[in-house]
Design a protein around this ligand. Sequence first.
Ligand SMILES: [Mn+2]
Length: 326
Amino acid sequence: MIPKELKKIIKAGDDFLISSHINPDGDAIGGMLAIKWLLNKLNKRYIIVVDSTPSEKFKYLTDFKKITIYSESLKIDFNIKNLLTVDVPNLERLEKVNKLLPKDIKVINIDHHESNSNFGDINFIDLKACSCTEIIYDLINLFGMPLDKDVAEYIYTGLVIDTGRFRFSNTTPRAFEVAAKLSEAGARISFIAEWLYHTNSIETLKGLGILLDSLDINMNGRMAFVHFDNKYLKSEDGSKVDTEGFVNYPLSIENVEVVAFLQETEKGRVKVSLRSKNNNINVNNIAAILGGGGHAKAAGCRINGTIADVKKLLLQEISKKIGIRG
Ligand SMILES: [Mn+2]
């Protein structure tokens, strides 16, 4: 539960900068907008700034356009006194937004990542919350404010994204309880599901076809590669492809335990996304050896070389892990 202290601090404070990590996901965007909604009700002054353009996937959220993208020329017409971060494990993840922070700023850190470095003056880290928006839901309830459709959709979007549509192991009974309240408050459950998960551009669907065509199965069916080369990624269709969720297709193959999705973003440089569905194969360890990082079941790194070079290197590392188990 939210400590009363956080409520007190938000009530007493003003002139907030709301922010989240670079490439904000649905929990980050929903969370920032839900905080904005709360501060609006409290008649506070605030601005939302992030370092990168939020995905248009979330444009159905009311006031989505009020998220400002950081630029060197950005002028804020008040002096920021409080920074409120949502879904941010450490301050570096704000990237260039750090440039906006005055020295004497008070930092309020709302998060649910185990890796959170407690960088705030006030840290509210709830590891049991399946999304940051679940924490903000509690906060809004503590203020006793009735939910409307807008804020219900902010909170619901974070919930859906971070639980992978109520599918991941972080999906608690409480997640369903909160979702029920959000549905009652007017969140468009069916519309959001259709829009987020069953609506694609032509380029994206064609891209998925190209990607699946590259499927390369190794290690007796336990490991799969898929890739996009630089030529495709630089083409007209390739530059429009949204690869979100693509890695889950090869991972869905019955005996496959590890997937590497390779994207040759520049000639001779490959972005690697690793996924595991075996509790004994920690892809974070594999990514770390290669200069990257992430979580046990989802991690990534960047490697210099051709697609063939990178496959060879990854096969060596992954076979060590798969080999242990026999
Ligand atoms: Mn999150």
